[in-house]
Design a protein around this ligand. Structure first.
Ligand SMILES: [Zn+2]
Length: 66
């Protein structure tokens, strides 16, 4: 099961919203704030370009992995 409710909660967080403005230009993740450099697949990289969510957070929220 996807952590969709948790993701919606994270995306509504005030700090995440503030981070989202600078995330792409600074190559960081808007959810965890960590540098976002490597992606496993081109799809993950594409997803980052849209959502500014790093590989680790994509795994956590989309793949249900820790
Ligand atoms: Zn992240």
């Amino acid at each position: 099961m996807y952590r969709i409710q948790e993701l919606i909660g994270a995306l509504s967080d005030k700090e995440v919203i503030l981070r989202s403005y600078a995330a792409k230009s600074s190559n960081t993740c808007k959810i965890c704030g960590e540098p976002s450099k490597s992606f496993r697949t081109t799809f993950s990289e594409f997803e980052y370009n849209i959502s500014s969510i790093c590989q680790a957070c994509q795994d956590y929220y989309y793949l249900n992995e820790e």
